[in-house]
Design a protein around this ligand. Structure first.
Ligand code: ADP
Length: 444
């Protein structure tokens, strides 16, 4: 196993990775900006290196400084976490050129999946169901019209290089299509430096369901079931659950096996997530994330498998520590993303945490980098922690979640805990009866 790993991230995910390394006897190197000198990931790591000023472009995204930190400390590998450099193919290539292991897939796989048109073509060829739409880029209105007449309206025009929920336009009919195609192309060019767009059928009330996979890079892969992340605000996930209240064990096995086979055939290495929209019993691929995700914890809760431990083993060349048949899904898990934001306006609320008391007890996991007296810097993402609750059934899980939220004390700043206290008492949520538009409507 690696002797020393550098963690190129901050906050709760840096801690999460550090914990897996410690359990494997791997020494850890934290990197941090000047704003994060007193952060928990810096305090708990064996060594730490300051890599720049607060702005992420000059610190957590500064490849030169991160490679230098690796060379100074003698770290053999880098775990990128999520966000920052985790899906940067160039970064993976630079590490390879320096003889440093990137804990993640190959640069080629990152690049393919980062281009939505190439990703869709690739997974379609590998047998994964996709949303009906254009075969690749659409430039001319006449071509767009032909495709839309075939698939039917409404349609969605998406930027090939888009991400984070940006670069999408919906057209309800032919009149809207002409305008939408034109605007989508010019906006994509301005925002993403690539004007390529493609067309898909717009699904009216889908759920967001994603499948967790692990590939060993040698043609073998497994799936760890699905997560339902339909509760979203501005395309950002807010509440996630595993398993999905909407799908059956048979559907889980079927889509899981399709994904695992495709990932194995690709020769994919490491952890990844295949994201789908799900409507009327059908799965439609939307994108693949070639990294560990925020919500990986709920999969860990119901399978008992440590995904970061597996990532480390795969990157070292040891393969996956279990077989598909060893995977079973036990009980139900829910994750709430706790943000330092006003619970109604979602305005960020950085500042000093005066009192902090996380909930505890059976089935409770809190992944967070904050502590009492810690000052949340204003420069980064507002997520300050994740509350993960596991129980034997969904009903028990909801009751436990409600109890845990009532116990959670974070004073001095605003958090989104009150939003979750409302959601956990909502009837639709209790029934699992929601889709990707539910939360936006609720908040309106
Ligand atoms: P991004 O990379 O920007 O997150 P995605 O392709 O993952 O883009 O889509 C983000 C969100 O946009 C989805 O979760 C869903 O809410 C909406 N969306 C994407 N494609 C469609 C579609 N074909 N029909 C309806 N909604 C869609």
């Amino acid at each position: 196993m690696f002797k020393k790993v550098l963690i190129a991230n901050r906050g709760e995910i840096a801690l999460r990775i550090l914990r897996a390394c410690k359990e494997l006897g791997i020494a850890t190197v934290a990197v941090h900006s000047t704003a994060d000198e007193s952060a928990m990931h810096v305090r708990l790591a064996d060594e730490s290196v300051c890599i720049g000023p607060p702005s992420s472009t000059e610190s957590y995204l500064n490849i030169h400084e991160i490679v230098a930190a690796c060379e100074i400390t003698g770290a053999e590998a880098i775990h990128p976490g999520y966000g920052f450099l985790s899906e940067n193919a160039k970064f993976a290539e630079i590490l390879e050129a320096h003889g440093i292991t990137f804990i993640g897939p190959s640069a080629e796989h990152i690049r393919t999946m980062g281009d939505k048109i190439a990703a869709k073509e690739t997974v379609k060829r590998l047998g994964i169901p996709v949303v009906p739409g254009s075969d690749g880029e659409v430039i001319e209105f006449s071509d767009a019209k032909k495709i839309c007449d075939e698939i039917g309206y409404p349609v969605i025009i998406k930027a090939a290089s888009g991400g984070g929920g940006r670069g999408m336009k919906v057209a309800q009919n032919e009149q809207e299509l002409q305008n939408a195609l034109h605007t989508a192309r010019s906006e994509a060019g301005v925002n993403f430096g690539d004007s390529a767009v493609y067309i898909e059928k717009y699904l009216g009330k889908p759920r967001h369901i994603e499948v967790q996979i692990l590939g060993d890079g040698k043609g073998h892969a497994v799936h760890l079931g699905e997560r339902d992340c339909s509760l979203q605000r501005r395309h950002q996930k807010v509440w996630e659950e595993a398993t999905s209240p909407a799908i059956t064990p048979e559907q889980r096995e079927e889509i899981g096996n399709i994904c695992a086979k495709a990932i194995g055939d690709m020769g994919y290495s490491g952890a990844g997530t295949i994201e789908f929209l799900y409507e009327d019993g059908e799965f439609y691929f939307i994108e693949m994330n070639t990294r560990l995700q925020v919500e990986h914890t709920i999969t860990e809760a119901i399978t008992g498998i440590d995904l970061v431990n597996e990532q480390l083993h795969i990157a070292y060349g040891d393969g996956i520590s279990f077989k598909q048949d060893d995977v079973s899904f036990n009980g139900h898990a829910i994750e709430c993303r706790i943000n330092a934001e006003h619970p109604e306006t979602f305005v960020p609320s950085p500042g000093r945490i005066e009192h902090y008391h996380p909930p505890g007890g059976l089935g409770i996991r809190v992944d967070s980098g904050v502590y009492q007296g810690y000052s949340i810097p204003p420069y980064y993402d507002s997520m300050i922690g994740k509350l993960i609750v596991h129980a034997r059934t969904r009903e028990e899980c909801m009751a436990r979640l409600k109890r845990a939220l009532d116990e959670f004390v974070v004073d001095g700043i605003q958090t989104t805990i009150p939003l979750f206290q409302d959601l956990v008492c909502n009837e639709d949520i209790a029934k699992g009866d929601y889709n990707i538009h539910w939360l936006e409507k609720y908040l309106d």
